[in-house]
Every structure is written in C-alpha cells, then in structure tokens.
Design a protein around this ligand. Structure first.
Ligand SMILES: Cc1ncc(CN)c(N)n1
Length: 226
C-alpha cells in the first residue's frame, strides 16, 4: 500500500483496491437492483444465502468481543452482535417472508460454497489476526453496502419508489441509520490504520482486497442462482 498524504488511511486503502471496489459496487447484480430488472429468483437466491451470511456475520462480531482489549471495544462488538441478532435477523426473516421464503426454509438451507468461502475467510482473518484484521475483513460488508446504496442513488438509470421491486432494499441501505453506522466504521478504521507501518498496511490491504473479491463472488452467486 502506498499511503497518500492528502487522504485518510481508509481512503488510501480504498484507492489501493479501486479496481476490485468498483467491480463490487457497480456489479451487474447491483445495477439490476437499481433499475429493477434483477430476476426475482436471483434476488430470492441472494436473500436465502444472505440469511446464512448474517448468522456468520453475527459470529464474527462475537469474535470481535473475544478479541477486544478494552471495555469500549467490548461494548462496540456486543452492540453490533445484539443489533444483528435482535434486529437485523428479524428484519431479514420478515423480508424473506414477503418474498415468499418461509422461516422454516431458511433454517434448513444448504450453504452455497460462495457463502462458506466469504464468511469463513472473515472469521479466519479475525482468528489468526487481531481486532483490526477482523474489522478490515468486515469493512466491505458494512462500508461497502453503504457506498453501494449511495452509488445506486446517484445513477440516472436508477428507479426509485413502488415501480422498483427492490425499493425497500435500496432504502434500507441508503437510510441515515445505516449510513451513520458505516461512517462510524470508517472513523474507527481511520483511527486504527493511522500509524501502522508499511508492512502491516500491506497485509491489511491484502485482507481487504480478498474480502472485496469474495463479496463480488457473492453477487455473482445471486445472479447465477436465477
Ligand atoms: C453478503 C453481504 N454483505 C454485506 C451485507 C450488509 N451487511 C449483507 N447483508 N450481505
């Protein structure tokens, strides 16, 4: 990673991974969500696997609790874990039901290899590294979806409102609440990345790039599921 003097540490990480980041944020799956032409079966496949993703995402925040060294870190991990288990999961299950996927089906789903690869990669990054490694592996998920929602909002071809069957999904990630959570994560990463030496930053950049590539595979899995 070649840090630039006029940008924040996390922005420098993004610059280093710009080709992958753009391929992720502007993926065909995202474009077709934006203009409402995504085949419903592709979205359902994505929703089913995203349930399994969220289970492991919750486990990753459990790992963040375990890896914490201060009470502030411990509280941050616990709050994120509770937000997923108590809130996001219920929202997701309700959302799946509206798309015709009953909760009983979610509980017995076979896990796609793309889901397995991504979630276990994140958990492994956290297990073998420290809290910063884990947050960097999680960043494409939190910061990425916030950037994707903003990108969607900025495109001329985007259809908003009831004419787009994916309006709720776009609105959720474009919401002030989700955008604020992503900004808090950017701030946390900026504070922790500052002052890391070049070798450490190279390792973190590699983790970040791998996690983005696995998010791209997750979108592709959704498209291929149709
Ligand atoms: C695969 C994936 N990546 C990110 C997000 C947003 N938390 C999600 N729900 N699913």
């Amino acid at each position: 990673m070649t840090p630039s003097s006029d940008s924040t540490p996390f922005a420098s990480l993004l610059v280093c991974c710009a080709p992958e980041w753009n391929a992720y944020c502007q993926h065909e799956f995202v474009r077709r969500l934006a203009d409402g032409t995504l085949p419903p079966e592709a979205f359902r496949h994505y929703l089913r696997q995203d349930y399994l993703f969220l289970v492991h995402f919750a486990r990753a925040w459990g790992l963040a609790v375990y890896k914490s060294r201060t009470m502030a870190e411990l509280r941050q991990g616990l709050d994120s874990l509770k937000a997923i288990v108590d809130l996001e999961m219920d929202l997701h299950v309700g959302y799946c039901a509206r798309w015709g996927i009953p909760e009983a089906e979610l509980e017995t789903l076979p896990e796609a290899s793309e889901t397995m690869a991504y979630t276990r990669y994140v958990l492994d990054a956290g297990l073998r590294g420290d809290l910063l490694d884990l947050h960097v592996a999680l960043a494409p998920c939190l910061v990425g979806y916030a950037d994707i929602a903003r990108w969607i909002e900025a495109q001329a071809f985007t259809v908003r409102g009831p004419a787009n069957p994916y309006e709720d999904w776009i609105a959720m990630y474009a919401s002030d609440e989700f955008q604020a959570a992503a900004q808090a994560e950017r701030d946390w990463l900026d504070a922790r990345l500052a002052g890391q030496n070049a070798e450490r930053l190279d390792g973190l950049t590699a983790t970040f790039r791998d996690a983005i590539r696995l998010e791209i595979d997750f979108w592709q899995m959704g498209l291929d599921g149709a």
